[in-house]
Ligand binder design. Structure first.
Ligand code: NDP
Ligand code: TDO
Length: 299
């Protein structure tokens, strides 16, 4: 078990204000660890998959009994968008059943669940920022299983926050920014899709948002959209990565049909974040400003 700070002394069946993070060794899990440690937020218990499989119902029951959490953050997910097309049963288990298992334990232990979801729950055929009230109509197995997870959480547990985010990147784990930096250093030119539009999200900013919800004890439960501010395409995002990092590579804009992938991705998945901004009175960083911060840490 990784802990940012020592969890409070074990006291069976007494609420201990513990914050349990599932999927702790993934990208977002590591960002939460980083931000919690910088801000001195405790006690946070970081649970990587080896120690906390969200599909192991008995194991989860033991962990909840042991830690009596006040908050649970579900960063665990099946995130391989293309692989999910051929591995739908496993993706469904992790993204729906895993989320449901956590929600069931939260009900038993009177804990709040913060569950992370995706812009890929949208079809992406409407070219305007999508609100939480817009219909979710996923076009990939990953998107469908994530929507199923949202529905399962909302059905089982009232005290939940579902946070839909998109295009996550950071200095941790695998993501588009790190892929571009790697490929940009190896190749003379790169072809990048220019007709898929969305908003990148620095996972450190998202971690900050999640920990703010927890530390304020907000009871404004429900679904929220959170990405960075602004709008871009994968091509423009990659160009910004190359410009900021001074990577000399020729970036060539292409259409989606020129870059065949197993999964279909939404053409337009910009999310409207008014609800999160108004409810929590927050300012969200512009995507390029956050990208500069991330790249300065990577270099
Ligand atoms: N990455 C992105 O661009 C986006 C992500 N999201 C959502 O944000 C959340 C965090 O994503 P991110 O951190 O980037 O994803 P990662 O893939 O980096 O992390 C997910 C973690 O979940 C773990 N995991 C998988 N199966 C289980 C299981 N059965 N029990 C416990 N842990 C498990 C993985 O472990 P292992 O690697 O060992 O399998 C991995 O460490 C997810 O809900 C994702 O759907 C939303 C929008 C964009
Ligand atoms: C590597 C590469 C990718 N691309 C395109 C493919 C794809 O449309 C887009 C992004 O590719 P990636 O595979 O890095 O990202 P992808 O896995 O599609 O990212 C998604 O992940 C899941 C988990 C989410 O929830 C989404 O919000 C989104 O972030 O860039 C190129 O055009 N050229 C390239 O050289």
């Amino acid at each position: 078990m990784g802990t940012c700070c020592r969890p409070a002394l074990r006291q069976k069946n007494t609420k201990m204000n513990n914050i349990l993070i599932f999927g702790a060794s993934g990208q977002l899990g590591q960002c939460i660890q980083n931000v919690a440690s910088l801000k001195g937020i405790s006690p946070v218990v970081f649970l990587p998959e080896e120690e906390a499989d969200i599909l192991n119902v008995d194991g989860l029951a033991r962990l909840f009994d042991q830690y009596q959490p006040a908050y649970v953050v579900n960063c665990a997910a099946y995130t391989a968008v293309d692989r999910a097309e051929d591995d739908a049963a496993v993706a469904e288990k992790v993204n729906r059943m895993g989320a449901e298992n956590l929600a069931v334990e939260c009900v038993k232990h009177d804990a709040v669940l913060i569950h992370i979801s995706t812009d890929f729950v949208f079809k992406g055929d409407v070219a305007r920022p999508l609100t939480e009230d817009d219909e979710a109509k996923p076009i990939s197995v990953y998107g469908k299983t994530k929507l199923d997870g949202e529905l399962a959480v909302a059905k089982v547990l009232r005290e939940h926050f579902i946070i839909r985010t998109g295009w996550l990147y950071s200095e941790y784990a695998n993501n588009f920014v790190k892929t571009m930096l790697k490929l940009g250093g190896e190749r003379d030119e790169l072809k990048i899709i220019a007709d898929q539009v969305g908003t990148p999200t620095y996972a450190i900013d998202l971690a900050d948002f999640i920990l703010m919800i927890i530390s304020t004890g907000s009871k404004a439960y429900g679904t929220y959209h959170y990405s960075n501010e602004g709008v871009t395409s994968w091509f423009d995002f990659a160009r910004a990565v190359f410009d900021i990092s001074d990577t000399k590579v020729k970036a060539i804009p292409i259409r989606t049909d020129e870059y065949p992938t197993k999964a279909v991705r939404p053409a337009y998945s910009v999310m409207d974040k008014s609800k999160a901004k108004q409810t929590f009175n927050i300012e969200i960083p512009y995507w390029r400003d956050s990208l500069i911060k991330c790249i300065s840490k990577l270099q």
